[in-house]
Ligand binder design. Structure first.
Ligand SMILES: [Zn+2]
Length: 308
């Protein structure tokens, strides 16, 4: 039997032709893939690259309402609703969004098979069942959690959302669902300005640095794994906690973000809980710097994979 390889999920269609001046760095997925090539991920025998298919409507409908999905596919006639997404609607945007959700679903499948898998996109946690919000059209984390429950018989999912912004859409989607526990650690005074109640929220002040942040994680993650005994962890490794991020208000260093990812992944692996990781938010005009921040997740995953 051949040794299992670390599954990394990427589709070239995650990035597509996008207005250069738009504040969302759509080219970052392509830049991240290129950075991973530079870091030796292409010809690494320990790594398996997977190209995902687009998500199917039947998978989206486990979270999103039929009326909202129609709007998602056809564009919203209401200018206010269009503004809430933060994106200019186009058929090409619909296609790449379906690929991104398909990527997180493929990451889930791969994690259940091998114990650990990482997407090079995903973490669109602001999308609500019936509305887009904050650069998020579909909630890939929520769709993956539902897929895990309904198609894989998973009885308890834990979502660890370490993006600097609160996972409001996910919290809302699962407010009545005990099989999905939502944990969000985020900036108190950052978007979304109306927070939703997760099962556990850690709201931290502006300027939070490595030590305070990691102390909180170290206090809560092992205890949650112990108490909930989840059969799956979905990990949002948002890079917007980094001190250099344009939209984050935290001061985590490069080493701090790396320690965070290593800590979360290692806790899951030690407890033998499959973990599917997505990259979450990250905003910088300097795409090379941003891609390198996101690549920490994949580097840490590979390091832990080799130590197994
Ligand atoms: Zn974010």
């Amino acid at each position: 039997m051949t040794e299992p390889r670390l599954p990394l999920i990427h589709h070239p269609g995650y990035s597509f032709d996008w207005p250069a001046r738009h504040p969302f760095p759509m080219a970052k997925f392509h830049a991240l893939r290129a950075r991973l090539s530079e870091l030796g991920f292409d010809d690494d025998p320990a790594v398996e690259w997977i190209t995902p298919p687009p998500a199917h409507d039947r998978q989206l409908l486990r979270v999103h309402t039929p009326a909202y999905l129609q709007t998602f596919h056809l564009g919203d006639a209401d200018p206010l609703a269009r503004k809430r997404s933060g994106f200019p609607w186009s058929p090409a945007l619909v296609r790449r969004t379906l690929l991104e959700v398909g990527g997180t679903l493929a990451t889930l499948e791969a994690a259940l098979r091998t114990g650990l898998a990482c997407n090079t996109a995903g973490g669109t946690h602001h999308a609500y069942p019936d509305a887009a919000s904050g650069y998020c059209l579909l909630n890939d984390l929520a769709i993956a959690a539902r897929e895990a429950i309904e198609m894989h018989g998973i009885r308890q999912v834990l979502i660890i959302d370490c993006d600097v912004h609160q996972g409001d859409g996910t919290a809302w989607a699962f407010r009545h669902e005990p099989r999905v526990f939502t944990f969000s650690i985020h900036g108190e005074h950052n978007f979304p300005f109306t927070k939703r109640e997760s099962d556990l929220d850690m709201a931290l002040p502006r300027g939070t640095g490595d030590e305070d942040y990691l102390t909180m994680l170290e206090r809560h993650v092992p205890a949650l794994l112990e108490r909930l005994q989840p059969e799956l962890v979905l990990y949002d490794a948002g890079a917007d906690v980094h001190a250099g991020d344009r939209l984050g208000h935290f001061e985590l260093s490069h080493a701090g973000v790396t320690r965070r990812d290593r800590f979360v992944l290692k806790q899951c692996l030690m407890a033998d809980i499959p973990v599917a990781a997505v990259i979450g938010g990250g905003y910088d005009r300097d795409l090379a710097a941003l891609a390198d921040r996101h690549a920490r997740l994949h580097c840490v995953a590979r390091e832990l994979w080799r130590q197994r």
